[in-house]
Ligand binder design. Structure first.
Ligand code: BGC
Length: 266
């Protein structure tokens, strides 16, 4: 097994996607496989979908898996968009490992995408405060300072005012890509909502650079012109491949680097 290869898996609200990643190049080695996210969202169904991907690549090496929720010490703590309480408390890395015998590392999906953009994409070499947002079923967020990730930022759950409901709700229920589609918003309407969100986040965290990724990144020509925030804005270079690539890169780091690094507070 080559040391620079890992299977990256990205669990999303509508699809579970996987590809073998060359982490030296920061790119897929071959094709990507996508399976619709199984319904109902149960851990058993999700594990079966992951197993299908692992088997279709005949994969036996390390796996990195991005999950849309808070992950601490490999334990799922929240799962807002897939399965909710069904997943809380599960050590997904261990479960995937038991199922297919592969060493597995699990991390938040937006953190994975952010890592990929910082290592191989538009954030490469940026030592300031960089924030990466993934726009899909929810809003994922990752923040880096001097290239170091603060995990599990979960800024898609910041509260914003929904005028029609007259109350504060999660920002991702106002301006995710899923909301754009379900409410039939045109790009300008959606971008106005998203711009308010970015300005709010900017007033809290003061990033130098905001990177926009996820499914919506491919349509940036439709909305970028409406965004006006007091910092640089860039579209993710790896677009929706970032989640898979970042998860794979972290799996290799966990296996070969973290395992050999003694604990340090520095
Ligand atoms: C989840 C985050 C995730 C984001 C994008 C949110 O609902 O809470 O953990 O990163 O969706 O998938």
């Amino acid at each position: 097994m080559k040391k620079n290869l890992a299977l990256g898996i990205d669990i999303g609200g509508s699809g579970v996607k996987g590809a073998i990643v060359d982490v030296k190049k920061g790119d897929f080695l071959g094709e990507r496989i996508r399976i619709p996210t199984p319904s109902p969202h149960t851990p058993k169904n999700m594990l079966e979908a992951i197993e299908k991907i692992v088997k279709s690549f005949n994969w036996t090496g390390p796996i990195g898996c991005g999950f849309p929720g808070v992950i601490r010490a490999q334990i799922i703590e929240t799962a807002a968009n897939v399965g909710g309480k069904n997943f809380v408390g599960i050590n997904l890395a261990e479960e995937i490992g038991k199922m297919c015998g592969c060493e597995t590392w699990v991390l938040n999906d937006a953190d994975a995408a952010g890592i990929a953009e910082m290592r191989y994409g538009v954030g490469k070499g940026n030592r300031g405060v960089v924030m990466v947002f993934t726009i899909g079923t929810g809003i994922g967020s990752a923040m880096f300072s001097d290239g170091v990730l603060v995990p599990n930022m979960e800024l898609g759950h910041l509260k914003m005012r929904d005028k029609s409901l007259g109350k504060n709700i999660d920002a991702e229920k106002i301006c995710s890509d899923a909301i754009r589609k379900s409410r039939d918003l045109n790009w300008k309407q959606w971008a106005n909502r998203f711009n308010k969100y970015l300005r709010y986040v900017h007033s809290l965290c003061w990033p130098n650079l905001i990177v926009i990724g996820g499914g919506a990144a491919a349509k940036s020509d439709k909305f970028l012109k409406y965004l006006d925030v007091d910092c640089d804005i860039a579209i993710a270079k790896l677009q929706n491949r970032a989640g898979i690539i970042g998860a794979a890169a972290e799996a290799i780091r966990a296996k070969f680097e973290l395992a050999h690094r003694p604990f340090t507070i520095m």
